[in-house]
Design a protein around this ligand. Structure first.
Ligand SMILES: [Fe+2]
Ligand SMILES: [Fe+2]
Length: 295
C-alpha cells in the first residue's frame, strides 16, 4: 500500500464505516460526535503510540492491560441489555410492536456471539487473558489495583447505561458508539502491536501471532458487523416502543463515551515510561497459562 494513503488516525477507520450507515440520524449523530471529539481521539492515539513505542516495564504494562480491559470486553453489557428486553416481554410492558422487540433481542445477541464463544467455545476474554499475561509476564495484571479511577468510572458509566438506566435506549446508544469506535481502535492498533512485539520481544512469528489473536480476531469486519447488528437492534427497539430518535440526544451520548474513553487512556499515559529505559526484550512464556476467568 502506498504510504501516503495509509490511514494514520483512528477516525480514518471509523468514517468509512459510518458512511455505510443507512439511517441518516444515526449516521449524522455519530459523524458529528467523532468530528467534535477529535482531541479525545488524539489522546487515545497518543496512549497507544506511547505503549507500543518501546519497552515498558511489566509493572507499567499491568496498568495498561488491566485498565484497557475495563473499556472493552463488554459482551456482558450487551447480553444483560438483551435480558432486560426479555423482562419487558415477561412483564407484559406496553408495546407498539411485540415482534420488533424479539427482533431487537436477536440483533443484540448477534453482537456478543463471538465474545461469548457462542458456537465456537472460544471466549474472547481468554484471548485477552493470553495477550495481557504474555506481555505482562504473568497474570497479576488482573489485580484491581491496576484499575485507574478513570477506568473504573468508564466501566461504571457503561454498565449503568446498559444494565440499570430505566431507558434501555441508553444501553443501545452506548453500544452503537462502542462497536464502531472499537472497529477503529483495533484496526488502528493492530499494526502498532505487531511492530512493537517484533522489535521488543524474542517471540517467534507464531508466538507473536498467538499473543495478538485478541486484536486480530476483532479486525477485518468483526466489529463493523457488530456495529451493523447494533444499528438493527436500535431500530427494532424504537419500533417496538413507538419511540422517535429525536427524543434522544444521540450525539451527546456518543461524545460522552469518547470523552470517557479518552480520560481512561490519558490516565494510562501517566502510568507509562516517558523515556525508554533501554532495549529489553520480552520472553515468550513457556506455555500459555489457562485462563483464570472465563466469562
Ligand atoms: Fe470480542
Ligand atoms: Fe464488538
Amino acid at each position: 500500500m502506498d504510504m501516503n494513503t495509509t490511514p494514520r488516525r483512528l477516525a480514518d477507520y471509523v468514517f468509512p464505516a459510518l458512511a455505510e450507515v443507512e439511517d441518516a440520524r444515526i449516521r449524522q449523530s455519530l459523524e458529528a460526535a467523532f468530528r467534535a471529539e477529535d482531541e479525545a481521539l488524539a489522546t487515545i492515539e497518543a496512549a497507544f503510540t506511547r505503549v507500543t513505542g518501546d519497552y515498558q516495564s511489566a509493572e507499567k504494562l499491568k496498568y495498561f492491560f488491566r485498565s484497557w480491559s475495563m473499556t472493552n470486553n463488554s459482551a456482558m453489557c450487551v447480553s444483560g441489555l438483551g435480558n432486560r428486553m426479555t423482562m419487558q416481554l415477561r412483564d407484559g410492558s406496553e408495546l407498539a410492536d411485540r415482534e420488533a422487540l424479539l427482533e431487537a433481542v436477536a440483533s443484540l445477541h448477534r453482537i456478543s456471539d463471538e465474545d461469548l464463544g457462542a458456537g465456537s467455545a472460544t471466549l474472547h476474554w481468554d484471548l485477552y487473558y493470553r495477550m495481557a499475561t504474555t506481555i505482562c509476564e504473568g497474570d497479576d495484571w488482573q489485580s484491581h489495583r491496576y484499575v485507574t479511577p478513570e477506568a473504573e468510572s468508564f466501566k461504571r458509566w457503561k454498565d449503568r447505561a446498559a444494565l440499570r438506566d430505566k431507558d434501555l435506549m441508553m444501553g443501545l446508544l452506548s453500544t452503537l458508539v462502542h462497536e464502531v469506535y472499537t472497529h477503529g481502535e483495533v484496526e488502528f492498533v493492530e499494526p502498532m502491536f505487531q511492530q512493537w512485539l517484533a522489535t521488543t520481544s524474542d517471540f517467534e512469528p507464531t508466538e507473536r501471532k498467538r499473543t495478538l489473536v485478541w486484536i486480530t480476531c476483532h479486525c477485518n469486519g468483526t466489529e463493523t458487523r457488530h456495529f451493523g447488528h447494533a444499528q438493527q437492534a436500535t431500530l427494532h427497539y424504537l419500533r417496538a416502543h413507538g419511540l422517535e430518535m429525536s427524543d434522544y440526544d444521540m450525539e451527546g451520548v456518543f461524545r460522552d463515551y469518547l470523552q470517557r474513553k479518552a480520560a481512561v487512556m490519558a490516565s494510562l499515559i501517566e502510568k507509562l515510561d516517558f523515556s525508554p529505559v533501554g532495549r529489553m526484550r520480552f520472553q515468550p512464556l513457556a506455555s500459555a497459562p489457562a485462563a483464570a476467568v472465563t466469562a
